[in-house]
Design a protein around this ligand. Structure first.
Ligand code: ADP
Ligand code: ZN
Ligand code: ZN
Length: 743
């Protein structure tokens, strides 16, 4: 172990500026007891009053005059606090992801902001069934949308936590006021809050587990009670009842007086899902989402720290909830891209969760129908323990029948429309049977891009290196920076009048669908229609209430929504996501297709899936159509091994961005030279680039990436340190931004 002479200490951990650190000398006799995260006593300020603080950094370089530097007085003994653990976690993140300690601390510690404490409240319906029906009809007639959402929700569950109504249903005080005046609802405060949920607890939520579920849960629980802590991969096909298994595990851990963190991707954190957990666990639950302000988040974390709640549900950042005795972390839809942070530290929730679980002796459960290549590889190698659910939970709901349609053949046989003949036939059938349909397209906007048929140039954003997207209001919009211009009549490059849109987006698809099936009622869900607060829930609620026959959408519609009446899913162009410049594109395509296919036939009705594609022989499409994850995994691993891509290898991406191309060339070249000078063999280290980022220019900033691959991640750590040192000591790197991304 390295011996350090100086320690950086934070005195007030909940202070707004976590970067306020003070350097102290480590006295000889304490040398063995000082580590990052430990709580220490120090003399502070002019009067040298005794204060306690946390060690957040260690070094051998004094930052100021050592004559004036004070010494650490002692170590605070006793149990390791959750703050200590979180600081240790930050330290690990700093090392693993190559960020500064400040960036890591800011990610891990909540920011304090003055907020008046919010009471836990809930909304209770005071109307009888008949009256409620009338109120719903009235709200419908008057088009009171928020009120309607609430009334419909109350029709399902007569008591709803205020925080769920606010976050998931977008209900405001202004909506509630007239409803309270009319005595339609009342607000329950903390005291009476506990009781109503008790009565809800067993309203069908705690389904008795089927054999497969019992076996999966049983294996975990036996090992948990034997004191074994590990990482589990719960690999269960869509609809196999993973959520029920999570709840069983949570229940067990909560009964031992420990706490649980449950991560759900934001897009799947719907009212439906949230209420499933509420009806089982009542007010022990708190929820965070990315729309919360820093103050509101701090508030939720305080409640967790004080023990007022014992389950935290939320996206990535919920991982840092300061529970005192965390016993279990669950990551649902483990394969989701949203678990990866795109700002420094660029961490993956899966790995940080594993580290946090290790620090506090908790277990980690990852769940997915389409596990990431990383997770499944670790499960196969025995690093994770594999739990599998191979059948749908509700008997009779079989997997859907999948047809793959070759769009080239359709065209050759004279069908020029976006809809294959098979899809048309099935849509007509379902419209007649009054069953519902989802059409999925992996794009947004009216039409993908505009290009010139004379010179072939696409119209690009002047600030970013991407094509502009044409929207229905006849404006071209940049989806990276927001830049927009009216659609021009002549090609900006050659002046030709033959410029036109290619491909089709959700808006265009909606139009074409409406033309092809004039009798159909159509809803569309994409980034445009859900931009407004609550838009997302509104569309889902309307579709769920069968206010439309067809739901058209992007990725958003395939995430974990349960519509019993949907019996047909059409994937308009499966290969759109296969042609992106990213080694994960087959994996993403497979996941998307499998998840989309899993939407059909969730209820008692059996379902059909039609996958339209130009590459029907591509293994991602073939295996998705067969719903054969293992085969996809096998073929994809062959590719990853051949190309030395993760998880067959570790990969360190170094991202350079600068507003001068010359500086970018120079610095990325210097970094490359520094790596090459380290003298690794080609077998140990493979270097690609520096190459231009897939989108080279964003907001007038140019970006290049250096990829370094190795089977040995220690080598990659050393290389990263070397580049960091180079950049810190060279003037020319001053105005260049350097980021690291390991995978
Ligand atoms: P997953 O998360 O794996 O997609 P869910 O947990 O959402 O699956 O379960 C799918 C459906 O099956 C839900 O409607 C759920 O209520 C139901 N279900 C799950 N387990 C059982 C069970 N043991 N008995 C009855 N219904 C169940
Ligand atoms: Zn042109
Ligand atoms: Zn732009």
């Amino acid at each position: 172990m390295t011996k350090y002479t100086y320690a950086d200490i934070i005195i007030d951990i909940s202070h707004e500026k976590v970067d306020r650190t003070f350097q102290y000398r480590i006295p000889e006799e304490l040398a063995g007891e000082i580590y990052v995260g430990v709580r220490v006593k120090v003399p502070f300020g002019n009067g040298n009053a005794a204060r306690s603080g946390f060690v957040v950094g260690l070094s051998n370089t004094p930052e100021f005059d050592t004559e004036r530097m004070k010494e650490i007085a002692g170590v605070v003994t006793g149990s390791i606090s959750v703050q200590s653990q979180l600081i240790q976690l930050a330290w690990w993140m700093r090392k693993t992801y190559g960020s500064t300690m400040n960036q890591a601390l800011k990610t891990v510690l909540p920011v304090k902001q003055k907020m008046k404490p919010k009471e836990k409240k809930s909304i209770r319906c005071l109307l009888e069934k008949e009256e409620l029906r009338d109120a719903i009809a009235e709200a419908e007639k008057k088009n009171y949308k928020a009120r309607l959402r609430l009334l419909k929700a109350l029709d399902e569950t007569p008591v709803i936590p205020s925080e769920v109504a606010e976050a998931q249903l977008q209900i405001t005080a202004a909506t509630l006021k007239p409803m309270i005046e009319k005595e339609q609802v009342e607000i329950l405060t903390r005291e009476v809050y506990r009781t109503p949920f008790k009565s809800l607890t067993h309203t069908g939520a705690a389904a008795s587990l089927n054999e497969e579920q019992k076996e999966a849960a049983g294996r975990f629980l036996t090992e948990y009670d034997a004191g074994l802590r590990s990482t589990y991969l719960l690999y269960g096909i869509t609809g196999s009842g993973k959520t029920e298994v999570y709840m069983e595990l949570m229940d067990h851990v909560l009964n031992q007086g420990r706490q649980v963190i449950l991560l759900i991707p934001e897009i799947a954190l719907t009212y439906q899902t949230v209420m499933r957990f509420y009806s089982r666990f009542g007010d022990r639950i708190a929820i965070i989402n990315s729309r919360l302000s820093a103050g509101e988040r701090y508030d939720q974390w305080e409640r967790a720290a004080k023990g007022e709640v014992s389950v935290m549900i939320g996206p990535r950042s919920a991982l840092f909830t300061p529970f005192q005795d965390l016993g279990l972390i669950i990551i649902d839809e483990e394969h989701e891209g949203a678990y990866k942070s795109e700002t420094m530290p660029r961490y993956h929730a899966r790995d940080v969760a594993q580290k946090r679980a290790e620090l506090c002796s908790a277990s980690l459960v990852l769940g997915s129908a389409t596990p990431s290549m990383e997770a499944y590889t670790r499960a196969v190698s025995g690093e994770y323990r594999l739990l599998a659910l191979k059948n749908r939970a509700v008997s009779g709901s079989a997997l859907s029948q999948v047809d793959v349609v070759d769009l080239r053949k359709e065209m050759a046989e004279g069908n020029k429309s976006m809809f294959s003949r098979r899809l048309v036939q099935l849509i007509e059938d379902r419209l007649m049977k009054k069953e519902q349909i989802m059409l999925f397209i992996n794009r947004r906007g009216y039409s993908n891009f505009i290009s010139c048929r004379s010179c072939g140039e696409a119209v690009k954003c002047p600030h970013c290196d991407v094509s502009l997207t044409l929207h229905k209001n006849n404006r071209l919009v940049c989806h990276y920076c927001g830049y927009s211009v009216p659609l021009m009549k002549l090609c900006p490059s050659c002046g030709s009048p033959y410029i036109a849109g290619f491909g089709a987006g959700t808006q265009k698809l909606q139009e074409l669908t409406q033309n092809a099936f004039p009798q159909a009622r159509i809803l569309r869900m994409d980034a445009d229609t859900t931009a407004r607060k609550g838009g997302h829930e509104e569309i889902l609620a309307a579709f769920s209430a069968h206010e439309a026959d067809i739901l058209i959408g992007t990725q958003m519609i395939v995430k974990g929504h349960d519509f019993g009446n949907v019996t047909l899913v059409g994937i308009m162009a499966a290969d759109l996501s296969l042609n992106t410049p990213d080694y994960r594109c087959s994996e993403r395509t497979f996941q998307l297709l499998t998840q989309a296919a899993g939407r059909a036939g969730r209820g008692s009705l059996s379902g059909n899936v039609v996958i339209q594609t130009y590459q029907p022989e591509h293994y991602a499409i073939v295996t998705a159509a067969e719903q054969n994850y293992e085969e996809f995994y096998r073929q994809e691993m062959v590719y990853r091994r051949m190309m030395s891509y993760p998880p067959a290898c570790f990969m360190q991406a170094v991202l350079f961005s600068a507003n001068s191309e010359r500086q970018l060339e120079l610095c990325s070249g210097l970094a490359l030279a520094a790596v090459e000078a380290m003298g690794y063999t080609e077998k140990e280290v493979q270097i690609i680039g520096p190459v231009r980022a897939p989108v080279y220019k964003v907001n007038d900033i140019y970006r290049k990436i250096l990829y370094i691959k190795s089977k040995n991640c220690d080598i990659l750590d050393k290389i990263r340190c070397n580049i960091e040192t180079l950049a810190a000591g060279d003037e020319r790197f001053k105005t260049l931004s350097l980021q690291f991304d390991v995978s």
